[in-house]
Ligand binder design. Structure first.
Ligand code: 2NL
Length: 350
């Protein structure tokens, strides 16, 4: 009886001090320490229960029951305290870890047009101010539009597979090519519109070339075509001189050298005084003082005839230029491949 009274007293004292420790724990560490001290495997309660063996059997059950009650009561106290510590942790975090939604976002750098598109549109725009309207044609063409209608003889070397990309006969049928100049679109324009005609055709063209600093199998052209009554070579010269003044931003001396194209007669190459050295010779012009800028000429009457435009009534001029070449000259780019490598360190300079 003495032992059972002692154990009951121990249990009550333990209960009070355990309750106090658990309730007053101010951190998860303190709470865990209190739990281990009273409820742990080596804790006070376990120690007390070990003494149960020494007391009378008839009291043992009753005291055991009290002990278990105290145990679950203390476990509840522990659980409540734990929940309350977690709640104040949360409140603390909500108070301190504020997201400042008024901070400015991380900006994305704005891109811009590719320098070739920029140049192509600038050229189109200059001719638009002189009344040349943009006209579009397909990049995949028939040999008729790419060669035959342009007065290329059947054995002309450009028709060779070495120079022009032919599509697979089994999939497209015969005589389908990637256009090697934008002239094929000018032919379509002459078929579709009736004179007077004043257009530009611009876009991608393809030639089977070995890649180097000056050549790439894909490049861009802008061509112009004017068909009217009594058109003369002087008007062609005036139009192109005006273009060069606007494109390079200053008037440059020009010269027209005889050349040959199957679709113009006469034909000429237009050179301008080198804008970088004003004609005295530099690296850009290869010490010549002149730059070869574009080709041009009076539309061959054979071309007009083939498209049912009466060459006794109508005549015209045409010209064609490489966009890459003009962009390289204007911006001092020394390798055409820069335009196609998509390296932002190059592109962001424009
Ligand atoms: C060049 C030369 C040229 C043309 C293109 C043309 C088109 C028709 C009729 C007559 Cl449909 N001519 N285009 C004329 C002369 C020269 O381009 O070296 N381009 C890069």
């Amino acid at each position: 009886m003495i032992e059972s009274a002692l154990i009951e007293q121990q249990l009550n004292e333990m209960r009070q001090s355990a309750q106090k420790s658990l309730c007053e724990a101010n951190s998860h560490n303190e709470l865990e320490a209190a739990r281990q001290e009273y409820l742990g495997q080596k804790g006070v309660l376990t120690g007390i229960l070990r003494g149960l063996g020494q007391i009378d059997k008839d009291r043992r059950a009753a005291i055991g029951q009290v002990a278990n009650q105290i145990k679950s009561e203390l476990e509840n106290v522990y659980g409540e305290r734990k929940a309350s510590l977690e709640q104040s942790d949360l409140e603390h975090r909500l108070k301190t870890e504020k997201i400042d939604v008024t901070l400015p976002g991380r900006g994305k750098k704005l891109g811009h047009m590719h320098p070739l598109s920029e140049t192509l549109q600038e050229i189109e725009q200059i001719f638009l101010t002189m009344g040349f309207l943009p006209f579009e044609g397909p990049e995949v063409e028939t040999e008729y539009y790419n060669f035959d209608a342009l007065n290329f003889p059947p054995e002309h070397p450009s028709r060779d597979e070495q120079d022009t990309f032919y599509t697979n006969i089994e999939t497209t049928g015969p005589a389908v090519v990637l256009r090697c100049h934008t002239s094929s679109a000018q032919v379509r324009a002459m078929q579709k519109l009736s004179p007077p005609i004043r257009i530009t055709c611009a876009g991608r063209v393809y030639r089977n070339e070995e890649i180097n600093a000056r050549k790439y199998p894909l490049f861009h052209q802008v061509e112009g075509l004017l068909i009217d009554r009594d058109v003369n070579f002087g008007q062609l010269k005036g139009t192109l001189n005006h273009f060069i003044r606007l494109y390079f931003g200053k008037p440059l001396k020009t010269r027209f050298r005889p050349d040959f194209f199957p679709f113009t007669e006469p034909s000429a190459e237009l050179d301008s005084e080198c804008p970088f050295c004003s004609g005295s010779g530099c690296r850009t012009c290869g010490n010549k003082g002149w730059l070869e800028l574009l080709g041009c000429g009076m539309v061959d009457p054979n071309v007009l005839k083939g498209l049912n435009i009466d060459p006794e009534v109508w005549n015209g001029f045409a010209f064609g230029m490489g966009v890459e070449r003009l962009a390289m000259l204007k911006y001092g780019v020394t390798d055409i491949r820069h335009f196609y490598n998509n390296d932002v360190r190059f592109l962001e300079q424009f």
